[in-house]
Ligand binder design. Structure first.
Ligand code: ATR
Length: 281
């Protein structure tokens, strides 16, 4: 019998102690009786390049990237696939025969969660508004346009960042709206998405007057701690279907786990409950 070493993977960030990825992958490793590990790595942005070069010698097959590494990793990779290029960020790296390839599964996680929690939402029903202009906003924007959303209305506290995105994605139907006039741009939307940190535990709430938003629109907050943000509470009171951010975290991990450990893991109620217990909510 040939003895194969355990498959090693992990997540790199700065800081990293709050990452829920070790809990998530650890759950699946145990569930599927896989001989593997998944560890957190605290690496400063300036040390990312030298850390990446040690993956092969450390026998690490896979790496997730979290804040602030998703964009600065790009020049250190041998191959970056189309979706990661389009989003401009990498959250999943695979090391194979010393070659490093990067992809981005955040858009997949974003969309799969939306389809599961709001199965009747139709991409072509109307424009979507995205609040925020960071990496999460780009993943949401690219995946929504890919499935046929006719227009993205982009709103960001710092308007110039939203304008910059509209310019980068110049050939795509993106309209930049004012942060101040946000509530007046809600009519006709089929989807409203928060990708900012507002609403997260310890942050200010995202306070929007939803009275202009049709009750048939879906409201999606990618924040998952707390699961029900003030935005989602207001949306429920307005009659909207709501989607929280936990499923995005769970589903973005599915393709990575499959690539590294060879098993497509399931996202189910038991996993959701286990992860909620880890949030301490
Ligand atoms: P990520 O890659 O996770 O999306 P990011 O690039 O740091 O993170 O982006 C964070 C987003 O949250 C930005 O859109 C940011 O707005 P600015 O571009 O104006 O900074 C938004 N954000 C953070 N704190 C905010 C606040 N207090 N009010 C409004 N928006 C905020």
């Amino acid at each position: 019998m040939i003895n194969t070493p355990p498959i090693k993977a992990g997540v790199v960030g700065w800081p990293i102690s709050h990452s829920l990825s070790p809990r998530l992958h650890g759950y699946w490793l145990k569930k599927y009786h896989i001989d593997g590990t998944y560890d957190p790595y605290a690496v400063k942005p300036e040390d990312l390049g030298s850390f990446i070069k040690t993956l092969a010698e450390k026998n690490i097959t896979g790496l997730n990237l979290t804040v602030p590494h998703k964009e600065i990793i790009l020049p250190f990779l041998d191959h970056v696939d189309d979706i990661a290029r389009k989003i401009g960020a990498v959250n999943t790296v695979t090391c194979h025969d010393g070659r490093l390839s990067g992809t981005n599964t955040d858009g997949y996680g974003f969309l799969t969660n939306l389809k599961e929690m709001a199965p009747n939402w139709s991409a072509t029903a109307g424009p979507a508004m995205i609040i925020g202009a960071g990496g999460a906003a780009r993943a949401a924007m690219v995946s929504l346009l890919d499935v046929g959303v006719p227009e993205i209305k982009l709103v960001n506290r710092t308007r110039s960042r939203a304008e910059n995105l509209a310019e980068i994605y110049g050939d795509l139907p993106i309209t930049v709206c004012d942060w101040q006039g946000l509530s007046e741009n809600l009519s006709g939307l089929s989807l409203l998405v928060n990708t900012t940190v507002l609403g997260m535990t310890g942050q200010l709430p995202l306070d929007i007057d939803l009275s202009e938003l049709s009750s048939s629109a879906v409201v999606y907050d990618i924040v998952y701690n707390p699961l029900e943000t003030d935005l989602l509470k207001s949306a429920k009171a307005n009659g909207n279907i709501t989607v929280d951010g936990l499923g995005m975290l769970l589903y973005q991990a599915v393709p990575a786990f499959k690539i590294w450990y060879g098993q497509r893991p399931e996202v189910d109620h038991a996993l959701r409950e286990y992860m909620i217990a880890g949030l301490g909510v």
